[in-house]
Design a protein around this ligand. Sequence first.
Ligand SMILES: NC(=O)c1ccc[n+]([C@@H]2O[C@H](COP(=O)([O-])OP(=O)(O)OC[C@H]3O[C@@H](n4cnc5c(N)ncnc54)[C@H](OP(=O)(O)O)[C@@H]3O)[C@@H](O)[C@H]2O)c1
Length: 332
Amino acid sequence: MSYKASKDRYENMPYNRCGNSGLMLPAISLGLWHNFGDVDDFENCRKMVHRAFDLGITHFDLANNYGPSAGSAESNFGKILKKDLASHRDELIISTKAGYMMWDGPYGDWGSRKYLLASLDQSLKRLGVDYVDIFYSHRPDPQTPIEETMRALGSAVRQGKALYVGLSNYTAEQTVDAIAVLKQFGIPCLIHQPSYSMLNRWVEDGLLDVVEEEGIGCIAFSPLAQGKLTDKYLNGIPEDSRAAKAHGFLQKNDITDKLLKTVGSLNKIAADRGQSLAQMALAWVLKDDRITSAIVGASKVEQIEQNIAALENNVFSSDEIFAIEKILVPLQ
Ligand SMILES: NC(=O)c1ccc[n+]([C@@H]2O[C@H](COP(=O)([O-])OP(=O)(O)OC[C@H]3O[C@@H](n4cnc5c(N)ncnc54)[C@H](OP(=O)(O)O)[C@@H]3O)[C@@H](O)[C@H]2O)c1
């Protein structure tokens, strides 16, 4: 299979400014946490990346440990980049992260300078690139001084190995501190990457105010709650779903009766809007102007197509918002 990018790939996707920076991100980005590892079908990975790019997705989100095996999502994306997208490198925003367990011993986890910079070098090799566009501290490290972790991010930029830096999974308070330290080093923070969905609304309690006040972007991960905010589990757990897979983070026992009741009610509102539940869940996350982009995961090309079509109907009436809140309130 040879790949030629679609000529009309920039015609429909909206690109949102990332905080006060010069960078624009697509409203929907693709994440390679699951389904892009060496346990997965490489040709399917390739097809998903092609289709995403053809539909205007310019941003691909990775981390050192995505797979399984850890590192294999970066290697697979690197192969696809080399084979098919090399001539489009300047059209792509590739992000990676370090912060979770990656290799044995005291230097392969958390937030030390030793770990972050060694991990970034490994990521660049696997991806086959000279630099990534965004390098994240994947999580705050309570044992390492914030100055050390932020200085390591700053070094990545100064060494030309990352164009921008970001924070992921930092609380509102930790974000304020980290941004202040980065500023001291003359390095702007581009973006925060928190979890956010109709089923997980912690960012509404302070973090979204911080990103707005600080003028940084916010890219929501797991906007479909790993697939729970779709219609896929309404009639049982499909064999090829994340909840059924042994290596997935979603477990069969996460699909509870209480969840299915909530999802069933949301599904009815989505149907009244003429959307799938996945589409409504994405539109719901993106309705807040402070959200620059939503990073979706996918196991099939059709999911990417369906998810991008969410952008065709992303306005909610006050009645719809009220009805959705009523369903979500018992979960808060
Ligand atoms: N910074 C962090 O700590 C962190 C943590 C987690 C994720 N992330 C990032 O966020 C990305 C997205 O996370 P996620 O994969 O959990 O996101 P998600 O979009 O909430 O869930 C993706 C899963 O939902 C299902 N799905 C997607 N579209 C669907 C559709 N239209 N209809 C039915 N099912 C659909 C698929 O499940 P099946 O596989 O069952 O088909 C897919 O694998 C990751 O790849 C990663 O880049 C970051």
